[in-house]
Structures are given as structure tokens and as C-alpha cells.
Design a protein around this ligand. Structure first.
Ligand code: FES
Ligand code: FES
Length: 157
């Protein structure tokens, strides 16, 4: 953990631990590029202080591949051309993995119609609503949506 309690989780990951996969876009909570998973939940690392998370399990894009195999969602992003420059991609992928966990737990969004459903089905509107915090300046949205849909849509959780 950093000595200075004012250090953000994002700066600690990138500068303190050398994990530069997590990106700094806006540094003010508006773009989603810095999304990481803390105990499985998506968190904007630029808005969080590193000291808040002592003892927590933090996953960044670097930790998603297992035994040399890409995470299925990473592979789908490649296959569907879900990126151009790639700057937003780590945040998109971590956010989508966290989103899938929210769906499994039945956490509703602004557009969820059946509030008692568990898991919640990832349809067109749910995907767009739940991923709306992750911006892509290259506009690779069609590929991003296709990749996430292939892995998580229609009950494929
Ligand atoms: S860098 Fe954190 S939301 Fe943009
Ligand atoms: S691929 Fe360039 S910002 Fe999304």
C-alpha cells in the first residue's frame, strides 16, 4: 500500500505496482477506462483511494488470462474487432465481467423490467445501459457489443 493515503487506486496500480494495463482517461470518473474488479465488483480506480482496499482482491486486465489462455471475453473482443486503439479496452472488459456478476446476482439497472429475476437476462437495452459508463473514443461500439453479447447475452452467464 502507498505511504501517502491520498494516492488513488489507479495511480497505485500504474505507478506503484507497474500494472499499466489499467488506463487513465479522464481521471475524474467519466470514461470508465480505469475500471478494475475489487472482490468481483467493478470500481473506477481513479475515484478510489488505494488505502480503502487493503486486504481486498483486485483484478486488473493483467490477471484475466489463465495458464496462457485469454479470458473468453478477451478472445471475443479480438474476434469481433471490439477495439481500435485499445485504450478503453481493459476498462471495457473488466466492466463487462463485473456487469455479468451483477446480472447473476439479480442487481437491477434503470431499464430492468422484471425486478424479481435472478439472474437478469442481458438483452439489447440492458447491455447498453449497464455499459454506458465505458466510453470508446474510437467508436468501436459495434464490435464491443458483439463481443459482450457472444459471451453473456441471452442467459449465457
Ligand atoms: S480514468 Fe477513471 S473514469 Fe476516466
Ligand atoms: S478502442 Fe480506442 S478508445 Fe476504444
Amino acid at each position: 500500500m502507498p505511504v501517502d493515503p491520498r494516492v488513488s487506486l489507479l495511480d497505485f496500480l500504474r505507478d506503484g505496482l507497474g500494472l499499466s494495463g489499467t488506463k487513465k482517461g479522464c481521471n475524474q470518473g467519466a470514461c470508465g477506462a480505469c475500471t478494475v474488479l475489487v472482490d468481483g465488483e467493478r470500481v473506477l480506480a481513479c475515484l478510489a483511494l488505494a488505502v480503502q482496499f487493503q486486504g481486498c482482491s483486485i483484478s486488473t486486465i493483467e490477471g484475466l488470462a489463465q495458464n496462457g489462455e485469454l479470458h473468453p471475453l478477451q478472445r471475443a473482443f479480438v474476434e469481433h474487432d471490439g477495439l481500435q486503439c485499445g485504450y478503453c479496452t481493459p476498462g471495457q472488459i473488466c466492466s463487462a465481467i463485473g456487469m455479468a456478476e451483477e446480472l447473476r446476482r439479480g442487481v437491477p439497472s434503470h431499464v430492468t423490467e422484471d425486478l424479481s429475476a435472478t439472474p437478469i437476462r442481458l438483452d439489447h437495452d440492458e447491455l447498453r445501459e449497464r455499459m454506458s459508463g465505458n466510453l470508446c473514443r474510437c467508436g468501436a461500439y459495434n464490435g464491443i457489443v458483439d463481443a459482450i453479447s457472444e459471451i453473456y447475452a441471452d442467459g449465457r452467464l
